[in-house]
Design a protein around this ligand. Structure first.
Ligand SMILES: [Zn+2]
Length: 467
């Protein structure tokens, strides 16, 4: 069991508050890991002094921990299948043998990678529910329990999103092969959800939400029912779904349901700020407007979307309409929030042939604007009602390393810009998550053993999956 130092008072020489940077402040933290208040530093003693720029921890709103096994192993040609669907076949092969011990080991390692680089909360879009072949574990939430353990060891807050996955396409084909590990009826799903909800009671660094894998993996009736259950029985938690990631998914949706995916959701389901649309890559101007008006969060995963050749979300247009977004690590090709924000901005620059796009006309620094929006949108998608470094919010703080050659001799805003647009490695010196110091001097106490376990897991999984 991880044993992180509890922090009750931390002095920050430069801290990013909701209304901008403030100097020499003390953040008071409750025993529950929430911010009790932020005010000018006085004579009282503190547990920790942070001299580098302090910003809120970043929420990772979309993760599939188990896909970490495959990161970097799919960069070869597969004749006729060098696209998302070819990658998905490889991902399924790698998934096919993962045991509960494996999942715990993989998740521990990737969650530590995340927290070391500035993510303090992760929403795990979890569909690897059952044993290889589809048999149920004795405890139907066995895999979920392993994710709780891994997150606790990493010190990251876990928002567990059990995923309803019932069909193999819009024609509602039964699941086959590796996909049988994902299968639940809506009734089975709600029993699992109940177990997961119970596991969060009274535990500050745990949360939950609902999720449907995609419009191709659930029936319209199931999705409408899931929406109804969420509003009646779980009104304060988020609801996530993959949507419009692939062009042929959009075409199949039109052929099957008569509408584009986002259009269908906005018409048939009560889309509101509880919802998070993952990817939403292929959308029309009308769909962009509908999403912005509804208050939904779009979950952007720039490194994965680039890696899989998905396409570019019209982020600049969406932002101009006040649309909310957050970032996710998705397939785990990248565990660094700064890299995701950089790639998000660069995609828009390459598309529009202009610079400094993901910010409003009255904002001055691209890094500041990207972080503030990703924290607000990501927190909303994680079901957090209070965000940023303010009273009542989770005490999630990261300190950028002021001694890094990439960040030194810069103002706080310039250091933040440099963290996203110039730095080549983590450059995060301290991480406090829910009031506990989980990263010190860039190091995580559990990392060495987690890597050793992960390498053993990787060895026997790749032996089995790719031989
Ligand atoms: Zn995903």
């Amino acid at each position: 069991m991880a044993d992180f130092r509890a922090i009750h008072r931390v002095r920050c020489e430069q801290i990013l508050l909701d209304d901008g940077w403030a100097r020499d402040q003390v953040v008071e933290i409750t025993t529950d890991g929430l911010i009790a208040g932020v005010g000018p530093a006085g004579e009282a003693s503190v547990d920790l002094v942070l001299t580098g720029p302090v910003i809120p921890g970043l929420p990772n709103l979309h993760s599939h921990a188990h896909q970490r096994v495959l990161a970097g192993l799919t960069e070869t040609r597969t004749p006729g299948k060098d696209n998302f669907w070819g990658w998905r076949d490889l991902m399924y092969r790698a998934n096919s043998a993962i045991t509960p011990d494996d999942l715990e080991s993989i998740a521990r390692c990737v969650f530590i990678e995340m927290v070391k680089q500035g993510y303090t909360v992760v929403a795990e879009f979890h569909y690897l529910h059952h044993a290889p072949g589809g048999d149920r574990y004795a405890q139907t939430d066995e895999m979920s329990q392993r994710l709780w353990i891994a997150a606790e060891d990493a010190g990251i807050t876990l928002i567990l999103l059990p995923v309803l996955y019932s069909y193999g396409g819009f024609d509602q084909q039964p699941l086959s092969g590796v996909q049988t590990r994902f299968y639940n009826t809506l009734e089975d799903y709600l029993l699992l959800l109940d177990k997961i909800q119970k596991a969060t009671v009274g535990v500050g660094n745990r949360g939950y939400g609902l999720a449907a894998h995609s419009l191709r993996a659930v029936s319209p009736e199931q999705l409408v029912a899931l929406d109804r259950v969420s509003r009646l029985d779980h009104p304060d938690v988020p609801v996530h779904i993959h949507v419009a990631e692939q062009l042929n998914e959009v075409e199949e949706c039109i052929a099957s349901l008569g509408s584009r995916p986002v259009e269908w959701l906005c018409q048939k389901v009560n889309i509101d700020p509880r919802w998070c649309f993952i990817h939403a890559t292929h959308v029309t101007s009308q769909e962009v407007e509908s999403m912005a008006q509804s208050g939904v969060v779009v979950g952007l995963c720039p490194s994965t979307e680039a890696n899989l050749g998905d396409g570019l979300f019209p982020a600049t247009e969406y932002l101009a309409l006040g649309g909310k977004f957050g970032i996710g690590s998705d397939s785990q090709v990248c565990s660094n929030p700064a890299r995701e924000l950089q790639l998000l901005e660069y995609g828009q620059r390459l598309k529009h042939h202009r610079r400094v796009l993901m910010m409003g006309a009255d904002e001055r620094h691209n890094g500041n604007a990207l972080v503030q929006r990703a924290v607000a949108g990501g927190s909303q998608a994680c079901g957090r009602s209070v965000t940023g470094l303010t009273s009542g919010a989770p005490a999630d703080l990261i300190e950028l390393d002021p001694e890094s050659p990439r960040l030194s001799r810069r103002s706080a805003d310039e250091a933040l810009d440099s963290w996203i647009f110039s730095a080549t490695d983590s450059n995060v010196r301290t991480v406090i998550a829910m009031g506990r110091e989980v990263v010190t001097e860039g190091q995580h106490a559990g990392e060495a053993i987690a890597i050793e376990q992960f390498l053993n897991t990787l060895k026997h999984l790749t032996d089995r999956s790719f031989e």
